[in-house]
Design a protein around this ligand. Structure first.
Ligand code: AMP
Ligand code: ZN
Length: 489
């Protein structure tokens, strides 16, 4: 089979993926900041990572170690867990006098919700080797700060530790993922915020000095007492080093993380550990609402829970996200959800028809091999899911199950099961027939139609089909009889 090709943000071009160790492909995904329920824009980032790791596992057949961190300390989690915060919920228990304990109760609640949400969207938690929490890696984070400081690439100012960008840029390059305009570099300016734009690049914070009432850890550095807490970028640099070792294979995240988060990760890791974190940086484009990025700050977001409450099937959300190419912007609409539902059901119906079929152990029939190969070769080309799903639908249209021999059905089922390991969008057991309620008179019409067909009275059979359709139901002929289902709008 052809090799996997990925668009690498480092170098900004498609590259053949070559694992450092084919017996263990190591991948890191920047996980959620657990200060509220994640919105479905965030979910796009995690579903993209899931698709990538499933392609590595089930198409390329590499064993994969996938790590996703939990950002449980940053400005937002501290704010949310502070005394009197409107975001504190009764389920978190009572607030205590200890800010660190409050932070723990607050973030554990949203971490749990996050894991439930990704599982609902078909990410299998067993596929994730570890969910490291930043607060549990403070010592190695301090160690990394110390290393950078001892190389004189960091300095202390008022108890905080900053990364000296100008000095680093004279040793290595700062600006590997994005182009930095050093003409406008604000020398001597320090940035304490975790998020800032490219125009305001300056020395960024590695470790933030303690503030009254906030959680902190003791830290002595260069003879000074620098009690405080880690900066966000430092967290990821450390956890990937401890859990995956450097360099590892692939680092994923949303495109907004390229700068400053990932640019700063590269600088820190290279300055402190002497190596860049990863070989392939892969970024997903944004989920939009009416042309704008879905985000908490713009208030234009839906959480998974909002959508489930409206009766939306989470697998339709998964479908929308996977059906668009990960490097294209994707507009979220309820219309698109309906279309996703229709498209997904077309494939589900085939699984339903094949429910009783035992999958073949080998795929030998050329048409079936071709289906599998076309879908997989689209995926191997930088996860081209629109093309992959397009090939599947073309096949579906051209090859009705009813016309297949038993051997073809067995191989068709084997191929569909294999595709579903990657997409994870369909229920291979078939959907439970109890879910569909068919009125008695429709059943009778269908029986009459079937009888007419047996007698080769096709005119009557077609007229009855028409009546059934007008009543909102569809008859599908199967090898063993027929099947009725409601027509969705
Ligand atoms: P956060 O919890 O804010 O750190 O974000 C978690 C992930 O969601 C990151 O990889 C972000 O880049 C990603 N993300 C945030 N908003 C969107 C969006 N509208 N579309 C796609 N990815 C997003
Ligand atoms: Zn990160």
């Amino acid at each position: 089979m052809q090799p996997l090709v990925l668009f690498n943000s480092l170098g900004r071009k498609k590259e053949e993926f070559q694992p450092l160790d084919p017996a263990n492909v190591r991948m890191y995904t920047c996980g959620p900041t657990v200060y509220s329920y994640a919105h479905i824009g965030n979910m796009r980032a995690f579903l993209f990572a899931d698709l990538l790791q499933r392609t590595l596992r089930f198409v390329c057949r590499y064993p994969v170690t996938w790590v996703m961190n939990i950002t449980d300390i940053d400005d937002k989690t501290i704010r949310g867990s502070a005394p009197g915060s409107p975001e504190w919920r009764p389920e978190m228990g009572e607030q205590t006098p200890d800010p660190l304990e409050n932070l723990r109760r607050f973030t554990r609640f949203y971490e749990q919700a996050f894991k439930e949400d990704i599982a609902t969207l078909g990410i299998e938690l067993e596929h994730i080797a570890a969910f490291p929490r930043a607060t549990e890696y403070i010592e190695p984070m301090q160690e990394l700060v110390r290393r950078i400081y001892e190389r004189e690439i960091a300095y202390i100012s008022q108890g905080s530790v900053y990364f000296n960008v100008t000095r680093w840029n004279s040793i290595d390059k700062y600006g590997k993922l994005v182009t930095i305009d050093f003409e406008h570099f604000r020398k001597g300016v320090r940035i304490d915020a975790d998020e800032y734009d490219r125009e305001s690049v300056a020395d960024f914070v590695l470790w933030k000095a303690r503030k009254p009432g906030e959680p902190f850890w003791q830290f002595s550095l260069g003879g000074e007492q620098c009690d405080g807490r880690p900066g966000w970028h430092l967290e990821c640099s450390t956890m990937e080093y401890v859990l995956l070792g450097l360099p590892f294979d692939i680092h994923t995240g949303g495109i907004d993380l390229k700068f400053p988060h990932h640019e700063d990760e590269i600088a820190q890791s290279k300055a402190g550990y002497g190596v860049e974190p990863t070989r392939y940086w892969c970024h997903n484009e944004h989920l939009l609402v009416e042309g704008e990025k879905m985000s908490k700050s713009l208030g234009n977001f839906y959480t998974l829970r909002d959508l489930l409450a409206r009766g939306i099937d989470p697998m339709d959300i998964r479908y929308i996200m996977l059906a668009a190419h990960y490097r294209s912007k994707l507009n979220f609409t309820f219309e698109a959800l309906k279309a996703a539902r229709r498209a997904r059901r077309r494939v589900q119906r085939v699984f339903d028809e094949l429910a009783a079929v035992n999958p073949a152990e080998q795929v030998t029939i050329p048409a079936m091999q071709q289906l599998r190969d076309t879908v997989f070769s689209a995926l191997l080309d930088d996860l081209n899911t629109p093309k992959a799903l397009g090939a599947l639908f073309t096949f579906l249209r051209q090859h009705p199950v009813a016309a297949m021999t038993p051997a073809e059905r067995a191989e068709y089922k084997a191929v569909l099961l294999h595709l579903n390991q990657v997409f994870h969008l369909w229920n291979p057991e078939g959907e439970s027939p109890a879910a569909v309620e068919i009125p008695e008179e429709i059943r009778q019409l269908a029986e009459q139609r079937w009888a007419a067909r047996q007698q080769k009275d096709y005119a009557t059979a077609d007229a009855l089909r028409e009546r059934i359709q007008q009543a909102g139901f569809r008859v599908i002929d199967t090898p063993s009889g027929y099947h009725l289902e409601p027509i969705e709008e």
